[in-house]
Design a protein around this ligand. Structure first.
Ligand SMILES: Cc1ncc(COP(=O)(O)O)c(C=O)c1O
Length: 371
């Protein structure tokens, strides 16, 4: 066992406790706990500045944000999406009575393959829901072009893509909307939380009605909304997180670089390099095990790491299309999602979070190398 304390895939960074206590004192003083309070408004505005986007609507979690994004755009019928994601991506469709249509992914990054989207479009298709898996941008230009040709909406599940930029531009500015998650395991956390990024004020207004039961004003409900509001404690906590997020991402890069250096020549282990012209957030460090070359299967390595108190995650395994609610769909046919199956059967996401010491990383790599 390399460590008495479990080394988990992620560990949240919390804001400075004294500063948070100061924020709590303000909340106690104001006695305004939720419903678009002062911290909420300040956090929305500072987050928009930080991310380089125009309109942010905060949510209590990413799943409600996804569900509400689909509601806002009145998406119906069929939506093209990826089976290689966290199940919330597809569940958000199901909760809107929308049929998910799975399209295979590219074999390297595991993002939806734009070349396979057109073949999945039917008269019922209304939107595409791609995922920026591990924060690596999907092929946004091609996806947006297909959407324009066929008159489809695009909602990016950007749960992993906080702060990611492509050609100096926030990746959240592509498509009609992007949805973030601020769950405790994410690069940027507000304990639980999320946001929708949209392009215009009118749409933001509708999102904000929907996350507040559909209330447009005191006496008028304009749509069957939900309760998706973020509270003041989380907003205050989020504001403090913004102060340190850049340093956290720098430290994540140190860890990713270390893994890359130490794993470079290990036969049978594939790693991902940075993409050209992309500013990454290093939210995950996936490795892919080819057991025709590596001396163990993916699962053997996964359990060996676990026995040594190193808790990676087989993320995403199984595929969403393999879960009972979805496996009966025609697009869930394994023949339709061959690349997704392959990456899903090869992946382990390794521990990555600010503060992991180089010695710990070296011990983890020794286990992988079989030393
Ligand atoms: C790709 C993806 N989509 C959606 C979600 C859902 O976000 P939340 O946990 O904030 O509801 C997550 C993470 O949990 C995720 O990883």
């Amino acid at each position: 066992m390399i460590s008495k304390k479990p080394i988990l895939i992620s560990q949240p960074t919390l804001p400075d406790l004294d500063e948070f206590v100061e924020s709590l004192k303000v909340i106690w003083e104001r006695k305004w706990l939720t419903n678009n309070g002062e911290f909420h408004r300040e956090f929305e505005s500072k987050l928009a500045d930080y991310l380089g986007v125009e309109y942010v609507s905060l949510f209590s979690n990413g799943t409600l944000a996804l569900i509400s994004a689909l509601q806002t755009l009145r998406i119906t019928g069929e939506v093209i999406t990826t089976p290689y994601s966290f199940v919330a991506s597809t569940n958000s469709l199901h909760w809107n009575n929308i049929k998910p249509v799975f399209v295979d992914v590219d074999p390297v990054y595991g993002n939806i393959d734009p070349l396979k989207i057109e073949a999945a479009i039917t008269p019922k298709t209304t939107a595409i829901l791609p995922v920026h898996v591990y924060g690596n941008p999907s092929q946004v230009e091609q996806i947006d072009e297909i959407a324009n040709i066929y008159g489809l909406k695009v909602i990016y599940d950007a749960a992993h893509a906080f702060s990611v930029k492509k050609n100096e531009k926030s990746i959240l500015n592509f498509g009609d909307m992007s949805v973030l998650s601020f769950h405790a395991t994410k690069t940027f956390n507000t304990i639980e939380g999320g946001a929708i990024i949209c392009r215009d004020e009118k749409t933001k207004k509708r999102i904000d009605f929907l996350k507040n039961f559909g209330f447009a004003d005191e006496t008028n409900v304009v749509a069957p909304g939900i309760n998706g509001k973020m509270n003041e404690l989380q907003a205050a906590y989020g504001l403090l997180q913004l102060k340190t997020i850049d340093d956290q991402i720098i430290d994540r890069k140190r860890i990713a670089d270390r893994y890359r250096l130490l794993l470079k020549n290990v036969k049978g282990i594939r790693i991902l390099e940075d993409m050209e012209n992309v500013k990454h957030n290093y939210s995950y460090f996936p490795i892919f095990i080819d057991d025709s070359i590596y001396p163990m299967s993916r699962d053997e390595l996964y359990f060996k790491l676990k026995e040594n108190n190193v808790h990676g995650r087989r993320y995403f395994y199984p595929l969403i299309s393999e879960f009972p609610p979805y496996r009966g769909l025609a697009s869930s046919n394994p023949e339709n999602v061959l690349n997704a199956s392959k990456v899903s059967n090869q992946v382990i996401c390794m521990p990555i979070y600010p503060g992991i010491k180089n010695e710990v990383l070296e011990k983890i790599i020794d286990l992988i190398k079989g030393n």
